[in-house]
Design a protein around this ligand. Structure first.
Ligand SMILES: [Zn+2]
Ligand SMILES: [Zn+2]
Length: 198
């Protein structure tokens, strides 16, 4: 089976895969077992090696004294929790939006940042205002064209108001921000229903 090379195990049933592994064990050949392992990995890449086969593989590795290989076989790669993934995607989206609206004429109004830091840091601070993170989160979590609604306990700051107008425009999304004073309907045309008086 090994001579036939990679891809040849496509049609192997799990019991045949096990037979292949057992043959390696009988020969007490670690190199043949490793080759079989590679062969199984490459021919089952889409769904991975079946659990019973993996378990046999680990057992045989241990029998042949290759404890490191056994451990690697049994270590399941850790998945990032979905929420953490989307959070990371939202931060990436904030940065991407920032570039897009900059290109569309946005100039950060750093009067809305009180910290005593340089201009670049102030622009970054504005970029991460809660409503913009919430909008970015909404953008990465919903299908294109879905209107977004954001509720904010404080009054939306002037810089975010400017930024969200452009975000609505560049993304082609209607965005509604309800702050503690009123509703702001940001249209795809880049205009807010409040007429910039609020
Ligand atoms: Zn703001
Ligand atoms: Zn408004």
């Amino acid at each position: 089976m090994l001579q036939r090379g990679s891809g040849s195990t496509d049609e192997l049933k799990p019991e045949q895969q096990l037979a292949l592994l057992h043959a390696c064990a009988e020969k007490r050949s670690l190199s043949a077992l490793r080759r079989s392992h590679r062969l199984l990995s490459s021919s089952t890449s889409s769904h991975g090696i079946a659990a019973p086969v993996l378990l046999t593989l680990a057992t045989l590795y241990i029998k042949l004294g290759a404890h490191g290989d056994a451990r690697r076989v049994l270590t399941v790669p850790k998945k990032k929790p979905a929420a953490a993934e989307r959070r990371a995607a939202a931060y990436a989206k904030v940065a991407e939006l920032h570039d897009q609206i900059r290109a569309a004429g946005y100039v950060p109004d750093t009067r809305h940042v009180v910290h005593d830091v340089n201009e670049a840091a102030k622009a970054r601070a504005l970029m991460h205002h809660s409503e913009r993170l919430a909008i970015a989160f909404g953008l990465v979590s919903t299908p294109p064209g879905t209107p977004l609604r954001v509720i904010k306990n404080l009054r939306i700051c002037g810089d975010c108001h400017n930024a969200v107008k452009l975000i609505a425009k560049v993304t082609g999304r209607e965005i509604v921000v309800r702050d503690n004073k009123r509703f702001h309907h940001f249209g795809k045309d880049g205009v807010c229903s409040c007429g910039d008086y609020w």
